[in-house]
Write a protein that binds this ligand. Structure first.
Ligand SMILES: Nc1ncnc2c1ncn2[C@@H]1O[C@H](COP(=O)(O)OP(=O)(O)OP(=O)(O)O)[C@@H](O)[C@H]1O
Ligand SMILES: O=C(O)[C@H](O)[C@@H](O)[C@H](O)[C@H](O)CO
Length: 191
């Protein structure tokens, strides 16, 4: 596991931030743009950003590099690490953005259980766009060949999860997505 950004300690709690700060969970298959959109969103909001890949146990990274998809067992500790980061941010009263593929309903339910302050953003990507992007992406450990396994595992969020769904096509600009998200009031109490 590489080092994710430290969650702030309670002593660093920003003034005026409530007990349940908004945590934006940016989800979607590999290549959907989670890191791009998540980092930009965090920058715009002035909140910390955590990248899900930094929470993987080393064995998971090695498995993916070797071209093998992760299974539920592999993802258990990874999801627990992400949940712990969310809890530390929440305890500190610090709103934050975290990306995580969270492909299956059970993973999202686990990340959101007893965490009503976690709001789901789903980057709904079409396979052709993603395939082209991943083939062009350089310097990333995740092999494009694993994309089929991502779509095989994908259980897109359903309405009862109240996702903020972003259709991702070849012309969807990360900047525009972030504009919409910020303008939508996604973090307001009843959003
Ligand atoms: N809106 C966009 N328009 C064009 N290219 C994009 C957009 N968003 C992301 N990309 C490009 O697509 C590739 C995948 O994006 P990114 O790494 O953000 O996806 P990801 O979902 O975080 O993937 P992973 O889960 O594998 O880390 C990158 O090369 C990125 O520069
Ligand atoms: O659940 C998974 O299969 C993994 O999280 C993958 O999604 C990769 O970590 C990521 O997409 C590569 O960056």
């Amino acid at each position: 596991m590489t080092t994710p950004p430290p969650a702030p300690s309670p002593a660093e709690k920003p003034a005026g931030v409530g007990a349940r700060p908004c945590i934006l969970l940016v989800t979607g298959v590999s290549g959907s743009g989670k890191s791009t959109v998540g980092a930009l969103l965090a920058q715009r909001l002035g909140w910390p950003y955590a990248e899900a890949d930094d929470f993987h146990p080393d064995a998971n990274l090695a498995k993916m590099v070797a071209g093998q998809p992760l299974d539920d067992g592999d993802r258990r500790q990874w999801l627990a690490n992400i949940a712990a980061w969310i809890d530390a941010s929440s305890a500190a009263g610090q709103p934050a953005v975290v990306s995580c593929s969270a492909l299956k309903r059970a993973y999202r339910d686990g990340l959101r259980a007893n965490r009503p302050n976690v709001r789901l953003i789903y980057l709904d990507a079409d396979e052709q766009t993603i395939r082209a992007r991943l083939s062009a992406r350089r310097g990333h450990f995740f092999p494009a060949a694993l994309l089929d396994s991502q779509f095989a595992d994908l259980q897109p969020p359903t309405e009862d999860e109240h996702p903020y769904r972003v259709p991702m096509t070849a012309d969807t600009l990360a900047d525009e997505i972030v504009d919409h998200l910020v303008a939508s009031g996604i973090c307001e109490e009843n959003a």
